[in-house]
Design a binder for this molecule. Structure first.
Ligand code: MEV
Length: 313
């Protein structure tokens, strides 16, 4: 029997997380070295509706039916089939593997959902466009994060650098000159849902002050877009430092992320900031000339691992 497979990359947000939920733009790029991969294969001897899920990384081995109605994996399959049609799906086995660490700000949930939706639609013989897959992934993201902006599903489905603003057509970002980014694992689990909810509470309590922060982040993001497209990525450093200061004000950084940012800058990084929801997860640094020195400083500062990625078109 043929197998239907799909994969989706991880992502980093270069600028604009959280403010993007409130209508400001944000910049995100895929990280191709991190991938979620899904294989769907028919089980000839099975009964319709028997969908066996295997996701070793989260120790999940179960029939889809036994997952709660609001389980994101169930929602991803139902997004393709329609909840009422799950019983009629030919028996199959769905294998999910991922090298994207979960709860890390690297887009693991969106990438897994996108890969499930892409592989499952192929299995059912439905030809979905990237736009449709992105929209369905967005619906599943709501289960994880409540009020996602739509940036994570966009970048992992289209697999290109994006300039994203809610309510505006998605823009792909032309990279004028490729540049390197170090991605450091703080070792502390992030929680995007909790971070987004905490920012919402802060915003409800003081809309004027949060509005100032969001506007400031939006301004940095627009400047960053110009620098990236015009081939001047080294100018991003001070903007990253300023973006991190705003995120700290919003309360979504953590002592570990702050320490890593300080260590990176002391070692000569041009800029550093958290990436994604925060409260843990990953820090990104623009290493400039001193890639090895900054990597070592991040490890010495407590990073559990450091990955180098090249941002390119
Ligand atoms: C999460 O990767 C980025 C946030 O801005 C949430 C969102 O945009 O959905 C924190």
């Amino acid at each position: 029997m043929p197998a239907f497979s799909a994969s989706s990359p991880g992502k980093i947000i270069l600028f604009g997380e959280h403010a993007v939920v409130y209508g400001e733009p944000a910049l995100a790029v895929p990280v191709q070295t991190l991938q979620a991969r899904v294989i769907v294969q028919a089980v000839i001897s099975g009964t319709s509706g028997e969908i066996w899920i295997e996701a070793p990384e989260i120790d999940l081995y179960a029939f889809l039916d036994d997952l709660s109605g609001d389980h994101p994996l169930r929602a991803a399959v139902a997004a393709v089939a329609g909840e009422e049609n799950l019983d009629r799906i030919p028996a199959c086995r769905v294998q999910i593997t991922s090298t994207i660490p979960p709860s890390s700000g690297l887009g693991s949930s969106a990438a897994v959902s996108a890969a499930v939706i892409r592989a499952f639609s192929a299995f059912l013989g439905k030809r979905l466009s990237d736009r449709e897959i992105s929209d369905l992934t967005f619906e599943v993201e709501k289960i994880y994060h409540g009020t996602p902006s739509g940036i994570d599903n966009s970048v992992v489905v289209f697999q290109k650098p994006v300039y994203f603003q809610k309510g505006s057509p998605l823009q792909f970002l032309a990279i004028g000159s490729p540049f390197e980014i170090l991605i450091a694992d703080s070792g502390i689990a992030g929680d995007t849902g909790k971070a987004v909810a905490a920012v919402r509470d802060k915003w409800l309590a003081d809309q004027e002050d949060c509005g100032r922060i969001f506007t400031g982040i939006g301004r940095l993001t627009r400047k960053a877009k110009d620098l990236i497209t015009s081939g001047n990525p080294l100018g991003l450093g001070p903007l990253m430092v300023q973006n991190q200061a705003y995120l700290r004000e919003l309360g979504v950084s953590s002592p570990e992320l702050d320490r890593l940012a300080d260590r990176a800058l002391q070692a000569g990084a041009l800029g550093a900031k958290l990436s994604g929801g925060g409260l843990g997860g990953h820090l990104i640094a623009l290493p400039g000339e001193n890639v090895e020195g900054v990597r070592q400083a991040l490890l010495d500062g407590g990073a559990k691992s450091v990955l180098l990625t090249t941002v390119q078109g």
